[in-house]
Design a protein around this ligand. Structure first.
Ligand SMILES: [Fe+2]
Length: 154
């Protein structure tokens, strides 16, 4: 069924694509943060175990919100490990890392999501998709905050 909420067809097409990318990157960061919550070892174990928990819980809520925005724009949410891996720009981590390596990697991932989200926000603005502009504004605030917190441990 045609979506008649006032966003052009081109806008809907572009926004669905950009949000699918953000969804995949957010999901990949969620998995990695959960991995580090489980596998972190070292003198800062407890504080990092807790900090990573706070962050993966937030990201779990975010993927739901982003996916539902894709649905509201009429898109189908490709939600499988295969689909996420194909789209995501966040590198998988399979090695066991030190505390600082984990922090540096997550910092880089959140900074990279900020860049992707900012471009998505500009696109949403261009097509007057104010609901996505709002969502992206909140996502940027969170990723910038997480980046600051991770950076402060280093
Ligand atoms: Fe846990």
């Amino acid at each position: 069924m045609k979506i008649a909420t006032g966003i052009s067809e081109e806008g809907i097409r572009e926004l669905k694509k950009a949000l699918a990318q953000l969804l995949a990157d957010t999901y990949a960061t969620y998995v990695k943060t959960h991995n580090y919550h489980w596998n972190v070892t070292g003198p800062r174990f407890f504080s990092l175990h807790k900090a990573f928990e706070e962050q993966y819980e937030e990201l779990a809520g975010a993927v739901d919100e982003i996916a539902e925005r894709v649905r509201a724009l009429g898109g189908f949410v490709e939600a499988s490990f295969g689909a996420f891996k194909k789209l995501s720009t966040i590198e998988d981590e399979t090695k066991v890392l030190s505390e600082d390596e984990m922090l540096k990697q997550l910092l880089q991932d959140h900074e990279s999501i900020c860049q992707i989200a900012r471009a998505t926000g500009d696109l949403a603005d261009k097509f007057s998709d104010h609901a996505t502009v709002d969502l992206i504004g909140r996502r940027l605030g969170i990723h910038e905050k997480f980046a600051w917190m991770l950076r402060s441990h280093l």
